[in-house]
Each structure stands twice: as C-alpha cells, then as structure tokens.
Design a protein around this ligand. Sequence first.
Ligand code: G4P
Length: 546
Amino acid sequence: MSDSPSSDSSETEEVHAPKRTATEAGREASKRRTFAVISHPDAGKSTLTEALSLHAHAISEAGAIHGKAGRRGTVSDWMDMEKARGISISSSALQFPYGDAIFNLVDTPGHADFSEDTYRVLSAVDSAVMLIDAAKGLEPQTMKLFDVCKARGLPIITVINKWDRPGLDPLALMDEIRKRTGLIPTPLTWPVGVAGDFRGVLDRRTGGFIRFTRTAGGAKLAPEEYLQPEAALALEDVAWSSAAEEHDLLTLEDALHDQQTFLAGRTTPVLFAAAVLNFGVGQLLDVLHDLAPSPTSRPDSAGSARDIDGAFSAQVFKVQAGMDTSHRDRLAFARVCSGVFVRGEVITHEPSGRGFATKYVHTVFGRQRETVDVAYPGDVIGLVNASALRAGDTLYAGKKVQFPPLPLFAPEHFAVMRAKDPSRYKQFRKGVEQLDQEGVVQILRSDLRGDQAPILAAVGPMQFEVATHRLEHEFATPVHLDFLEYNIARRTTAADAPELAAKRDVEVLQRTDGVYLALFKGPWHLKRIEQDLPNAMLEPLVAGTD
Ligand code: G4P
C-alpha cells in the first residue's frame, strides 16, 4: 500500500516529531470529549454545530463551517452534487479546546437523507448530542438514532432546540422521550417562558436563572446573565414561578442527573436551547466538558481491551473519495483508539498486514484541512490517498490488534443497478466491488438477477446517488437504476430461502458477507408471509443494525 503526494506543499515538510510516551496518551485521552451531533433533518444540527464552534472561539463568525445552499460561507462543495444541492455528504471532525479539555466534534452527513455514514460515525464517538425540534418532538430519524445509540450503549445528551418558536409543552416532551425511547430524561436546565417566549433557563443544579439576551442575527455570542431566584421572580414573575414549579415536580419524580446511569445509557441529561440565537449553547459546552465521557480502552474482536496507554491503534470508520475534484483524492477517516499517533511513523494495516507510511495525514472540517502531526485517543485523523483502507479496518503499531467490524445497518431502500453500456461490464463489476468494499452501499445478489444486475441496498437514497456518481466518474461507466418497491429487509437462512422466494412479492438475496436477506414491500406483506410460513426465520435487523 502506498500513499501518494498531494498538492498541499505544507505536507512535504520533514516530520521531526519528538518521541512520545505512553502515559502521554492516557493523559491526553482524559482531556478528550469526542462526540457527534445527531438529529432528524432540520432540527438544527448545522446551526448548532456552528454555534458550538462559535462559542468555543474556533471560528469568529457563525456561517463559516457548512450549511445549506445560499447560506453564507457554505463550503461543502467537494463534489458537484454537493455543490448543486448545497449539502455535505462527508464526515469529518472539528477539534477545538474548551477550558482544559479538547473537543472533537465528529460531523455527520448534513443532508436530509440518511445514510450509513450517519450510523458509522456513532462508532467513532464516545457520546452523542441528540437534537430535538421543540415543535416536532421525536421524529422518525430521531428514533432510529436513539436505537443505534442504545444498541452501542452510547451516552446521549438531549437538546430541545428552537425554544424561541412555538412548540410543545416541556413536560409533555419529557414524557414522550421517556415513553418512546425508554431513556429517563433528567433535565439539567428548564425553560423560563413557554416555547416561543424564551427568556432563559432555570439551572436545576444551582436553582438560579440564566437569562438570555438576543443579539442581531445570532451571529455573535449571546450574552448570558446569572440571577438568583429572588431576582428572577421579580424580573420574570409568572414565567419564573411556573418554571420553578415544574422543576420541583421533576425533582419529586426523581428526574435528577446521575452520572452512572447517564454513562450506562439509561438516563439522558436534557437542555433547552435556541441554537440560531446561540441560547443554551454555552450550557451544552459546559455539560460536554463536565459530564461527557473521555475515551477509554476499547475491546478488540477477541473481547480483551487494548490499553489506551498502549501502542498506537485506530479504526477506520469512513472512507470518502472524490472530496476534492482538483486532485481526486481519497480520505480514510480513522479514530485513534490507543497510544499516540505520530505522523511519519509507519503503522500496520491489519487486514493486509502491510506497512503504511503516514506522511499525509489531515484533519478535515468543511473546507479546512490541516496536517496532523500528533493525535491521541479520541482524535479523528484523515489519511490521504489510503486506497486500501476500508471502513472498519484496524491500523496499529506494536502488538497486533483487530477491532470488531463495524455493523452493517438495516437497509430500507433498494434499487437494481445496470451498466447503460453492457460492453463496460468489466468496469461495472470492478466499480460495484469497490463501492461494496468501501461500504458506500450494500450489494445484494441472486442467481435470478445475475451479476449484471445487482441490487443496491441503502439506509438512505442519497447513497444511490453517490454510487451512481462514482461509477460514472471514476469507472467511466454510466449506470441506470430501477428502484424497487421493497422497504423492509429481514435476515433469513439458506434453508428457508427457496420457500420464501416462491411467495409473491418477496425476494431473497445474499449480501456479500453471506447473510441472506428477504425483502418485503411493507409491514402487511411481511405479516402475511409470517402467518403463511410460521417456521421460516425472519429476523429483524435489530436497532438499525444487524
Ligand atoms: P439540520 O442541519 O438539522 O438539517 O438543520 P439546520 O441547522 O439547517 O436548521 C434548519 C432550519 O432551522 C434553518 O432554517 C435554521 O435557521 C432553523 N433553526 C435552527 N435552529 C433554530 C432555532 O433555535 N430557532 C429557530 N427559530 N430556527 C432554528 P432555514 O429557514 O431552513 O434556513 P436559514 O435560511 O435560516 O438558514
């Protein structure tokens, strides 16, 4: 495996990194807070990301990271399709200091469409910030994300956003979270003023009032004033007393933060915010600093922990090609799991056993790329032109380690792909294999459909567009897609496959990893087949994963 030079001249410098010690890894790891912001589209993820970095002084003005088309400073223009739609489909990380901590905010795809990348990012973080729109409550993708976090035991901090707009009753929102996710909400702040009339929050840990003041356009840090309860009552009257009553009610119900149950993924601290006005953003940063977990030793695939203080190891969670059309590069994003990464040192690519020179390593966020010289557990590094790296691969130095593979997720969209020009079959096959290995889409095959017409399976339809674009531009093979009506996949066995496949409106295919998937056109179809064939194995792909 080799990495090839990039046009960035800063990367050609010699690396003279000092020798790093093992204890440094543990010490630096304890400063890290590696998290992702996740939400249903439009809940305000991009806005909050900008607000967080604004508060942390990583950027001087909101709007410089990424956002939607037309918004000031939109920078997600790596691929033409991103440019056309003003969306971001890459994953990367923004690192910034906050107090004595270092925050790694791992970005998730910013598009309305969901993709497997959104889920994969969750394997690279130690906690998640779940954003909920105050007017909409829990939306379908919020639920899916909750499920994946739960399956991974990931601690969640919940932020109720857009409190400056009319929305649901806060107690009703807490009830909804408790009932639908099984997580017990333990609000740390409570809104003063109903949704649409956001005056500030009651800080449930001190009982005081954090008063917000609007700034023009929300582009600057919103001033916050701290008031004692008496002063808050004098100022806000009914709004304050009803917040205080609700706070007492929550205390009676035992809705109080408990660090252990939070870390175990059983309770979720809740904050109220208006990201667009920068309200509540400072509190979120403080909560991440004070409560979010730092990286800890990760278990390898045999179940024993790779000591965080040990030799360097990392796991690739995403491979992104075509981020920069000017030098068609390919970045593999890896999370450092243990030890110290020093640019220039040779590390081993576990699946191939081959050495890998790490001369070209970046951090990437939006358009900004910076060369990384040293990285610690919890940090995300982007390895340039690492053509043999796949999502899930382990990289290590010293004693060999292999981390468990990343889970494949339950697909809900299916399409048959064919080369427009059958004479380009060889390139088509190569391209499909490549996309499969990278995890761009899942590839399903059956004897019936043959190799020339595989089925692409995806969590979100955006993945199809990426696949089509890649085949056309990298493999010079234009393709067409026939979208299929299936929207549910169930795991089955080779033995049950023939009987299931004989049923109307059911198709059974085999995924590259050998798993048999039966596809159905909806819950009613599935129910009918379950009744007809009660002994057939039709296992749900649990919690968004299999
Ligand atoms: P997403 O990344 O989760 O998809 O959401 P995004 O931040 O793009 O926000 C979606 C819309 O919600 C944006 O409005 C944004 O300004 C708005 N928004 C985000 N946070 C808040 C908030 O706290 N209060 C209010 N009132 N609105 C909020 P848009 O009209 O789609 O875009 P724009 O023209 O405002 O940029």
